[in-house]
Ligand binder design. Sequence first.
Ligand code: FE2
Length: 190
Amino acid sequence: MEETIPSREECLSLMSKCGMLENIVSHSMEVAKVALFIAVELKKKGRAIDLALVEAASLLHDLTKTECLKTKEDHAQTASRQLKRMGYERVGEVVAQHIRLVKEGDPSRVSEAEIVNYADKRVMHDRIVPLEERFRDLKARYGLNQKAMDYLEQLQKEIYGIENKIFFILQIDPNEIQRPLWRGAEDLRK
Ligand SMILES: [Fe+2]
C-alpha cells in the first residue's frame, strides 16, 4: 500500500479540528517554512528528500501540544500515535522525533526527521532565531534543575551536529535563513 501523506490542506484542517492554540499554529507554520526551505535547498544539491513528508510533519509536529499542556503527556508521542492511527505512519515517525531524534544520524544523509527537528529548534514562537537564542529560551523555561539542564545541553550538542551537516551541504551560513527575503512555502514546493 502506498504511504499516505496528508496534503497541506488536510494538515491545516486537522490542526484546526484539534483546537490548537493560535500561537502554536503560528509556530508550526513558521517551522514548516524553515523546514521546506532547507528541504528544497538540499534537493537542489541532489539529496533525496520527501518534501511532502517534511511539510506535513512540520505542520503537525505540535498537533497535541495544546492538550498536553494540561495532561503533561509527551506531546511528540501522543501526536505521533494519533497520526499513525490515522494511517500516517511516516509522518508519525517524524513527529515522534521532533523533540529528540531516536537514533544517531547517518553522516552521509540528512533525514526528514532531522530537518523537522532542526527547523523546530530554529523557530522561537513564530520567529526564526539562531540555535543559541532558542536554547537560551528553552533553558530559561525548562532547565529547572541540573538534570533538565544536562538534557538540554545534550540536545543542543546534537543539534549543532545536524546544523553543521546541513549547512556544509548547502554551503550557506545558517543565519541566511533569518533573512526576510526568502519565498513562502507555497513557492518552494513548485
Ligand atoms: Fe513540540
